[in-house]
Design a protein around this ligand. Structure first.
Ligand code: AMP
Length: 398
């Protein structure tokens, strides 16, 4: 059974086509600059060196999906003979509020509920919904599934998700911690149990999704009990360009001093802070690492702040779970950046967390990178959010 996975942003769309009998990737691609000049589709068929690049006008998400389908049925680059072979479509949807703790089969009622969540994710949910609407129009009768970034975190207990604000704001507006990157935390926690050969019900895990956006989760017996992102993905760790959690009073202070409004301050916290803000160089850890090699002190400080925050959550979650069996690193930085993993794990030995500096010299593949005498296992697991979306889609539609 062939499943198409769609991840729709405001001006871009990523997709993958998988055969779920064998869980193999058949093709993947990206449509960029939807609705602006220079739009382009880039498509890759597995095991074919040559890539398909189509620079064509793509005015909206419907045209984008149509161009994806064209590529998927292309005689050379395609992987199906006709659209009918696409048996189901899985959509990444960022926010489901408290409405869904699991993936759901999409119908008109679900669409209505998700429209009601737009307030909670005004930048992300609308493009996700455009993608769903475009697919439903182009592929009527093909079942569609929504897979949510927030769903995995719905198992958090109230003491983790309630902010110490007047309770009526939670009741009236749904202001609480939701958490994001849920499909990634779920995937790596399940893989960690497989790699360790231990039932997930017997494990306490801390999963560190460290990419351009970054979050840490505490997962006890397969269920998320806490996570570092909050009401929005701005909270928690310092990130590529995001500040992470700061004293909220700083917002009005900057607003007064700089003569800008709260939305402009938030823009700075989202786009000009984090590694970029501290280093003044770049949000990309490859550039930060290179600058540190050149003796750049602000880049070195940025990395120390990042590692400090990750350790802060690791410590907090060990306390909350009364122990930890394994720590998992995933996403762009977690999978690839040997130096950052080293800086994070340095001096955690008294907690039984000992990184093996030789085994740590690995990138982008599953590995156990802790020392043999480390009480806590340290794992590197490349994330695969698309596979989780495809699996849930398959399960709900097969
Ligand atoms: P993601 O958001 O998971 O795609 O992660 C993207 C980020 O991963 C980039 O902005 C880089 O900071 C980081 N990254 C990717 N490759 C490497 C690498 N080889 N070494 C260090 N950092 C990397």
């Amino acid at each position: 059974m062939k499943v198409l996975v769609i991840n729709c942003g405001s001006s871009s769309l990523k997709y993958q086509m998988l055969d779920m009998k064998t869980e193999t990737l058949l093709a993947k691609g990206l449509v960029e600059r939807i609705g602006t000049d220079g739009s382009v589709l880039k498509h890759e068929k597995t095991n074919l060196d040559d890539k398909l690049v189509r620079e064509i006008p793509i005015e909206d998400h419907k045209v984008a999906i149509a161009s994806v389908v064209d590529a998927l049925i292309d005689p050379v680059y395609g992987v199906v003979k006709s659209m009918k072979e696409i048996k189901a479509v899985g959509h990444r949807v960022v926010h489901a509020g408290e409405k869904y703790a699991k993936s759901v089969l999409i119908d008109d009622k679900v669409i209505g509920v998700l429209e009601g969540c737009v307030d909670l994710a005004p930048l992300h949910n609308p493009p996700n919904l455009f993608g769903i609407a475009a697919c439903r129009e182009l592929m009527p009768g093909t079942p569609m599934v929504a897979v949510f970034d927030t769903a995995f975190h719905q198992t958090m207990p109230p003491e983790s998700y309630i902010y110490a604000l007047p309770y009526e704001y939670y009741e009236k507006y749904g202001i609480r911690r939701y958490g994001f990157h849920g499909t990634s935390h779920k995937y790596v926690s399940e893989r960690a149990a497989d790699m360790l050969g231990v039932n997930i019900d017997d494990l306490k895990l801390i999963t560190c999704h460290l990419g351009n956006g970054a979050s840490v989760s505490a997962i006890k017996r397969g269920k998320c009990i806490d996570t570092s992102m909050g009401f929005t993905p701005l909270a928690g760790l310092a990130m590529g360009t995001r500040s992470g959690s700061i004293d909220p009073a700083i917002i009005s202070f900057i607003s007064d001093k700089e003569g800008i409004d709260a939305d402009e301050v938030l823009e700075i916290l989202n786009k000009k802070s984090g590694m970029l803000g501290i280093s003044g160089t770049s949000s990309d850890f490859r550039d930060i690492d290179a600058a540190i090699q050149q003796g750049d002190e602000r880049a070195a400080l940025a990395l120390k702040v990042f590692a400090h925050r990750v350790r802060y959550y690791i410590g907090a979650y060990i306390a909350e779970m009364n122990g930890v069996d394994a720590i998992v690193f995933t996403a762009g930085v977690g999978e690839n950046d040997t130096n950052t993993r080293d800086v994070i794990c340095n001096e955690l030995g008294n907690l039984g967390i000992k990184l093996d500096l030789v085994k740590n010299k690995v990138r982008g593949k599953e590995a156990i990178i802790s020392r043999d005498d480390s009480r806590v296992a340290i794992l590197l697991i490349p994330t695969n959010e698309e596979l989780v979306i495809a699996r849930d889609t398959y399960e709900l539609t097969k």
